[in-house]
Design a protein around this ligand. Structure first.
Ligand code: IMP
Length: 194
C-alpha cells in the first residue's frame, strides 16, 4: 500500500511543489485533508526545534506520520541572524518582506563580509521516530534589492556561482538550486529507499 504522509504546512505552494517531486511514490496529505485548522505553535529557538515541533504536533494530535519544514536566512557577519527569526525580523507581526529586507540592509551597511546562507530543515516523524534533513545554499547579501520574482529575502540574496539574485533568477531556476529543493531532495531520497 502507498505510504501516507501529512505535510504540516499551510503554504499551498510548498505542498504543490513537494507533491510534484514525490510523484506517485507517496500520498501527501495537507492539514486541510486531515481537518486540522489549528494555529500550530512554532516557539522553538532553532530551525531544528521548530520543524520538529510542527511535525510532532500532527503526530501527537492526529496519530499520523508527518513532516514539516523550517527555513532561515543566516548571515555570517550577523552571527547567524536573522536565522530562526527570519519571518519576524523587523516586527513581531511578521511576514513583512520589505521591512525585513530594509532592516537587513541597514544592519549590513558597515559590513564588508557579505556571506550568508539559506538553510532549510525538514523533520520527518514516522511511528514517533524523528529523522531530519538539511538543505543549504550559500551566497551573499547585496547592498540593494534586485529583481521581482520569489518572496522573502530573494531580492537581496545572490546564490554562489550566479550573478543574479534569487528574485532575478526566477522560480524555475531557484526551485532547482534552493535550500528547500536540497532538503526536499534529501527527504525524497530517504523515502524512496525505505
Ligand atoms: P519558512 O520557515 O519557510 O516559513 O520561512 C521563514 C522565513 O524565511 C520566511 O518568512 C522568509 O522571510 C524567509 N525565507 C524562507 N525561504 C525563503 C526563500 O526561499 N527566499 C527568501 N526568503 C525565504
Amino acid at each position: 500500500m502507498k505510504k501516507k504522509l501529512v505535510f504540516s504546512t499551510n503554504n499551498a505552494h510548498k505542498l504543490e511543489e513537494i507533491k510534484n517531486i514525490l510523484g506517485d511514490k507517496v500520498e501527501i496529505l495537507s492539514l486541510a485533508d486531515i481537518d486540522c485548522h489549528a494555529d500550530i505553535p512554532e516557539t522553538a529557538d532553532t530551525l531544528e526545534g521548530n520543524a520538529r515541533q510542527k511535525a510532532m504536533y500532527v503526530y501527537t494530535h492526529y496519530g499520523m506520520d508527518c513532516f514539516a519544514d523550517d527555513t532561515g536566512l543566516e548571515v555570517d557577519a550577523l552571527e547567524g541572524a536573522p536565522g530562526v527569526h527570519s519571518a519576524r525580523y523587523a516586527s513581531e507581526k511578521g511576514h513583512d518582506s520589505q521591512a525585513n529586507m530594509e532592516k537587513l540592509l541597514r544592519e549590513m551597511e558597515e559590513k564588508n563580509d557579505r556571506k550568508a546562507q539559506f538553510r532549510t530543515i525538514i523533520s520527518l516523524i514516522e511511528k514517533g521516530e524523528e529523522k531530519q534533513f538539511e538543505g543549504v545554499v550559500r551566497g551573499e547579501i547585496l547592498r540593494e534589492r534586485k529583481g521581482n520574482a520569489g518572496f522573502g529575502y530573494d531580492p537581496v540574496f545572490r546564490p554562489e556561482g550566479y550573478d543574479k539574485t534569487f528574485a532575478e533568477l526566477g522560480n524555475e531556476i531557484k526551485n532547482k538550486i534552493s535550500h528547500r529543493a536540497r532538503a526536499v531532495a534529501a527527504l525524497c531520497e530517504y523515502l524512496s529507499k525505505e
